[in-house]
Design a protein around this ligand. Structure first.
Ligand code: ADP
Ligand code: MG
Length: 678
């Protein structure tokens, strides 16, 4: 679909291949390759007037040139230039493709940032252009887009090519309803797209961005609203009353609710008392005490004569919850059962019977809970733990019960505010902001290979003191062929270390290619304290609770997202002992370093998630494209929260008045992906 880029004069197969690396195949793709920034060349400066950190355009003559090949892959070129008011140095690192563009005596334009160096002012790797004719000088003193580059593509080539494509393409069709454009004061789509590529002045850029970000956020929002279905709207929920049993439960707990838990519990109680069905998401960091809130809500439902269901993402977790919850509920006189996929056929029939007749009051399980043959007698509340593992579709399924039970979703995935609003736009959100007091914060260290021996010796010492250790490795995907030799695989590392440094210590191994049974067996032995050091991939990420584990070692930490590192780290620090986390990385990239620094400095999941988003910038939700939602080209989840709010209001308006927005809804419906995993 669309006209291929090779249609353009200057684009032959070689450049087409380079454009392909930017996912650009057609003229339309070029139009949607938005600049990642701009050069404001309207500010022409003189060397005598420079101040550090300024971004400026200079016109200067080259006085001297000096090129040095320092290592095989590393060269430096220095230019000494003058504009009559002063001199300065311009440095290019690895100037392989550009070296022959300079000559002594030539007058050139340079655009870049000024830094104060040893020999006065300097510019490093600036954008440059020869000053030959007036035309080029006038082009140079304007606002120029900076495009993302790949391979040997240059800014000049992209600028020219994008403009050629825009000149050939017909006006871009509007796809927001006119009334919304008007209400939210948005510029039309064609103007916005063309403005981003060639802004007349700097002030035009934010408005164009806002218009396009609005469209992206509006579309995703509408998609999710359509997928979630209309479950909370016109349906009647259950009006729960009475407090007795929850009071009894609170009296049985060895602790008091924290103020943060108390606040969320109030919110849940209000929802449950209301005749509208509850649809609430509880965001709470690892260890913030979400389970007790689930337990309270379930008890309230059971106290009113309804059944309660609690769904966990894995069998291990379902069992862990069952073991903790069953005795407490039993003391209150309720019958709790466990329903997972691994029940024998006979046991399963028995359990289903108990659910269907109402003998079972509380049902804890995995997604086996929402199979077709599971029929509840009187469902009152459905709770899902660690929600992101289930995704939106399952949530819609839950809501398709005949009567409308209350729904409570709990997640420890620290989601930034914007993301939570997008993904859970149909839910009310509660946040547990603080951990119970008296927890020792986990101490985090960032180390490289030179420190391995010491870290292993330390792990050994902790094991001798009776503690347990996790060593986690990134998942090696088959398609993933970058830097493979740098990656430690869980299996290899286990084979090696359990025979050398840790040969006297019982070690275990879990990874995704093992069967559920094998995994559970090893996990059970780790839980029981028989296995002291557990080598693992990220299969242990969610919810597993081994309070005696106090050291988490993460290999190739640069490979993980910050939210994931935080979740992994949360596997320790669950008991009375001081816990530690060691992040091994040999990466020297600046981004990797700042990410590790964030992990070292903060144990607050929400803060980490926000920082992660800030570092990552616009684009993808989770750092991968696999969830199936469209990628953002303009919207920035970190910065665009105000635009998101407006887009959300607009989407709600559309959902409420389908008759007036038929065409818009039809368009968005067509875009809903067949498979989606959030
Ligand atoms: P998560 O939010 O990660 O699911 P849990 O519900 O598993 O956290 O709680 C973590 C631990 O904190 C549990 O051992 C729980 O008993 C304990 N806990 C929960 N609430 C409190 C509290 N208010 N005071 C002290 N300990 C608490
Ligand atoms: Mg939990």
């Amino acid at each position: 679909m669309g006209i291929p880029v090779t249609f353009l004069k200057g684009v032959k197969s070689k450049r087409a291949a380079m454009l392909e690396a930017l996912s650009v195949r057609t003229l339309e793709d070029l139009a949607f390759l938005f600049p990642r920034g701009y050069e404001d060349r309207t500010k022409v400066a003189r060397i005598a007037e420079l101040v550090p950190d300024m971004e400026v355009t200079l016109t200067a003559r080259i006085l001297r040139m000096d090129f040095r090949q320092i290592r095989r892959n590393f060269s430096v070129m220095n230019l000494r230039v003058s504009d009559g008011t002063g001199e300065m140095t311009i440095t290019f690192y690895n100037p392989k493709y550009i070296r022959n563009k300079f000559e002594k005596g030539a007058v050139m334009c340079f655009f870049g940032k000024i830094v104060k160096g040893y020999y006065g002012f300097e510019m490093t790797n600036p954008v440059f252009e020869a000053v030959t004719q007036e035309a080029s000088q006038s082009q140079f003193s304007s606002i120029l887009p900076i495009y993302p580059l790949a391979q040997e593509l240059t800014q000049n080539f992209l600028r020219k090519t994008v403009q050629e494509a825009l000149a050939l393409l017909p006006p871009f069709q509007e796809n927001l309803p006119a009334s919304i454009l008007q209400q939210y004061n948005l510029m039309d789509r064609d103007t916005a797209i063309r403005t981003l590529h060639a802004p007349k002045d700097l002030r035009a850029i934010p408005e164009a961005r806002r218009r396009l970000a609005f469209e992206e956020l509006f579309t995703v929002q509408l998609m999710l609203m359509l997928m979630h279905g209309n479950h909370s709207k016109d349906r009647m929920g259950i009006h729960f009353t009475g407090e007795d049993q929850t009071q009894n439960l609170l009296a049985m707990l060895p602790f008091r609710l924290t103020p943060s838990q108390e606040k969320v519990w109030q919110e849940i109680q209000q929802d449950m008392a209301s005749p509208m069905p509850m649809n609430r998401l509880v965001l709470g960091d690892v260890g913030s005490g979400k389970t007790v809130l689930a337990l309270l809500a379930m008890t309230k439902a059971m106290g009113n004569g309804y059944q309660a269901a609690f769904m966990a993402p894995t069998e291990i977790l379902a069992e862990q919850h069952y073991k903790k919850i069953q005795p407490l509920l039993s003391a209150l006189g309720y019958h709790t059962i466990l329903l997972t996929g691994s029940l024998s056929a006979a046991k399963r029939r028995e359990v289903l019977e108990e659910i269907c007749t109402g003998q079972a009051h509380c049902i804890i399980g995995t997604h086996a809970l929402i199979q077709k043959d599971v029929v509840f007698c009187k469902p009152g509340i459905m709770i899902t733990d660690e929600q992101h593992r289930f995704g939106v579709r399952q949530r819609a399924l839950l809501a398709e019960q005949e009567t409308t039970p209350d729904i409570l979703v709990m997640t420890a995935t620290p989601i930034p505010r914007t993301l939570a609003l997008i993904l859970y736009g149909d839910l009310d959100i509660s946040r547990i902001d603080a951990l119970p007091e008296g927890r020792l914060p986990i101490q985090t260290f960032v180390e490289n290979d030179t420190r391995r021996d010491r870290v292993y010796a330390w792990a050994k010492k902790l094991v001798e003191e009776g503690r347990q250790v996790y060593i986690v490795h990134p998942l090696v995907e088959e398609s993933d062929n970058m830097d493979m030799e740098d990656l430690l695989s869980a299996t290899e590392n286990y084979e090696k270390l359990s025979r050398s440094v840790f040969k006297d210590i019982p070690c275990g191994l879990v990874h995704g290619r093992m069967s559920g049974k094998e995994k559970d067996e090893v996990m059970a032995r780790f839980l029981a304290g028989e296995v002291k050091i557990l080598f693992a991939t990220t299969v242990i990420e969610v919810g597993v609770d081994v309070p005696n584990a106090t050291l988490m070692i993460i290999e190739n930490a640069e490979r993980f997202g910050l939210a994931q590192l935080h979740q992994l780290r949360g596997r320790v620090g669950r008991g009375a002992h001081q816990s530690y986390c060691v992040l091994f990385t040999n990466s020297t990239s600046e981004v990797a370093k700042s990410r590790m620094q964030i992990m070292k400095e903060s144990t607050n999941g929400f803060l980490i998630a926000e920082k992660d988003l800030e570092l990552r910038g616009p684009g993808d939700f989770f750092g991968t494209q696999q969830h199936g939602l469209p990628q953002f080209r303009v919207a920035n989840l970190y910065e665009d929260i105000d635009i998101l709010r407006e887009a959300q209001d607009a989407a709600q308006e559309v959902i409420r008045n389908p008759a007036s927005y038929g065409a818009c809804l039809e368009n968005v419906r067509k875009m809903i992906p067949q498979t989606i995993a959030l």
